[in-house]
Structure formats: C-alpha cells, structure tokens
Design a binder for this molecule. Structure first.
Ligand code: PRT
Length: 97
C-alpha cells in the first residue's frame, strides 16, 4: 500500500504527505519514532511499546520505499543471518568448553 501511495498519490493521505515532504522529513520521523520506542521501553509500558513500535515500523517502511529498497531484500538479509547466527552460537559454546 505504501508503494502504491508513492506511485498513485492520494489526496489527504499521510503517506503521500511524507513522500511530498521528502527524505529529510522521513528520516526525522524515523528518528522521532525510534526515540519514542526507547521511551516506551524505559516506561515499561507494553501498550506504549506496541503503539510506538508500529509507528516506527510504518515509518521505516516508508523510508525503504523512498530509497527504492525492496522489502524482500530485508527479509533476505535476515534469513541469511539464520545460519550465521547459529554458527556463532556454536563457536561460543565450543570456546566455553
Ligand atoms: N500504518 C500507518 C501509520 N502509522 C502511523 N501513521 C501516521 O503517522 C503519524 C505519526 O504521528 P505524529 O504525531 O508523530 O505525526 P503528526 O503530528 O501527525 O505529523 P508530522 O509530525 O509528520 O507533521 C500519524 O499521523 C499517523 O496517522 C500512519 N499512517 C498510515 N499508516 C497506514 O498506511 C496506509 C496508507 O495510509 P494513508 O497514507 O493515510 O492513506 C494505511 O494502511 C494506513 O493504515
């Protein structure tokens, strides 16, 4: 839907507003929302954390679309770490023996 908003702007859409403002505005929002996630965690508030994390994820997705970074690339990156991380874990366990 975010990609579609960039390709087919919809009047009154917040996503369209972010794309119109441009990269610096999107980056500012990512920074703000990251801080709000940190504050939510420090407040130990599950409700706040849920709300602010959703805000952060949304703004990061807007950033990825703005930068023409396909979401699949992020999924690929995470998937490629699966094997890597378990190997690191094995190495740590071996070093402890
Ligand atoms: N998931 C979201 C989403 N999460 C957060 N937000 C908006 O992010 C803004 C964050 O709030 P802030 O108070 O920080 O920002 P603000 O004061 O409203 O605006 P600025 O600070 O940016 O000037 C709010 O206006 C929220 O509505 C979102 N806006 C849209 N979506 C989804 O994006 C899709 C397209 O929506 P539209 O772009 O509105 O058509 C739909 O599926 C929506 O549900």
């Amino acid at each position: 839907m975010i990609k579609d908003r960039k390709e087919n702007p919809v009047e009154g859409s917040y996503t369209d507003y972010l794309f119109t403002k441009g990269l610096d505005k999107i980056l500012k929002k990512v920074g703000e929302e990251s801080t709000e996630v940190i504050v939510a965690a420090k407040n130990n508030s599950a409700e706040e954390l849920q709300y602010e994390t959703a805000d952060l994820f949304y703004h990061v997705m807007v950033l990825l679309v703005e930068m023409d970074m396909p979401f699949d690339k992020i999924k690929q990156e995470l998937a490629s770490r699966e094997g890597l991380m378990s190997k690191t874990k094995d190495r740590d366990q071996i070093e402890k023996l």
